[in-house]
Design a protein around this ligand. Structure first.
Ligand SMILES: Nc1ncnc2c1ncn2[C@@H]1O[C@H](COP(=O)(O)OP(=O)(O)OP(=O)(O)O)[C@@H](O)[C@H]1O
Length: 262
């Protein structure tokens, strides 16, 4: 029987690019409040999975259910509105905009006012804008960037820029946050702070699905881990199970996949 707190259920998704099968028959589940990691060597298909979850790529086969509803045919904007938001491998902030403005960009996906209201700045428009600004500031408070709200994004330290990206994802109202290599380019101190930050998100009720190469981050904060290699699922389990799984060790140690880098 399905657990009531099942948030995301991915069933047998496959994606082909011409002759390349980037992802083949991958299935996994995410429950509310979990931190789940997807790992695998370079080119394993992890980002392709994220692109299918967020509607950037259409699945060739399989289903993706979010809160019980099939979303694999929806467009990216509707998927964000349903409650799934993401960050990217390379930070994608508006660097010449202020911190608060970057968060507002995420928050605006929720606006309900029409074109007329925005042109004539009706009361409905102003009320909604006030509410959005209030919520954006609340998100900045949640992630610890409130005091830097008026700084330009480019002036933030690297770790805070990652946080700001996550803040923008949260400001959409999403409860499932997909993080694509959040620790990429971080030094050990920044990675440590990131782990604390992800634990904080979990405490605040967010669910996190993460692609990550930094094994100390993965092993320290994941509730469960899924491993894929050459597009196929090869293992799943608790961090301590994955750490001693022979198939996983072989893929990371022996592969022709540039795995040493990971
Ligand atoms: N748009 C695309 N067109 C053609 N091939 C693609 C496309 N996107 C991904 N691929 C291929 O699909 C495979 C999986 O790529 P993907 O980027 O999902 O791997 P990854 O696990 O995220 O890798 P990394 O850890 O290096 O980011 C690779 O062989 C890649 O070249």
């Amino acid at each position: 029987m399905a657990r009531e707190d099942l948030l995301l259920e991915v069933n047998g998704i496959t994606k082909r690019f011409g002759g390349i099968v980037a992802v083949e028959n991958v299935s996994f589940k995410v429950h509310e409040g979990e931190v789940i990691s997807i790992i695998g060597p370079n080119g394993a298909g992890k980002t392709t999975v994220f692109n299918m979850l967020t509607g950037v790529y259409k699945v060739d086969e399989g289903t993706i259910r979010f809160k019980g509803e099939e979303i694999q045919s929806m467009n990216p904007r509707d998927i964000v509105k349903k409650g799934i938001s993401r960050t990217f491998q390379n930070i994608r902030l508006f660097s010449d905009m202020r911190v608060i403005e970057n968060v507002l960009v995420g928050a605006h996906i929720k606006t309900k006012y029409d074109f007329f209201s925005s042109i004539f700045r009706t009361k409905k428009f102003k009320d909604e804008e006030d509410e959005i600004t209030y919520n954006a500031l609340k998100v900045l408070q949640e992630v610890g960037l409130y005091d830097r709200r008026d700084d330009y994004a480019s002036n933030l330290p690297y770790g805070d820029q990652r946080k700001l990206e996550i803040a923008r994802a949260i400001a959409t109202g999403a409860k499932l946050i997909l993080l694509d290599e959040p620790a990429a380019g971080m030094n050990p101190q920044e990675s440590h702070e990131l782990m604390e930050f992800i634990r904080l998100l979990k405490k605040q009720g967010y669910t996190v699905l993460m692609i990550e190469h930094d094994m100390s981050v993965v092993m320290n904060i994941s509730d469960r881990i899924y491993v894929i290699d050459h597009g196929k699922p090869i293992a799943e389990g608790l961090p301590e199970e994955i750490a001693k799984n022979q198939k996983v060790i072989d893929v990371y140690l022996g592969g022709s996949n540039n795995a040493a880098k990971d």
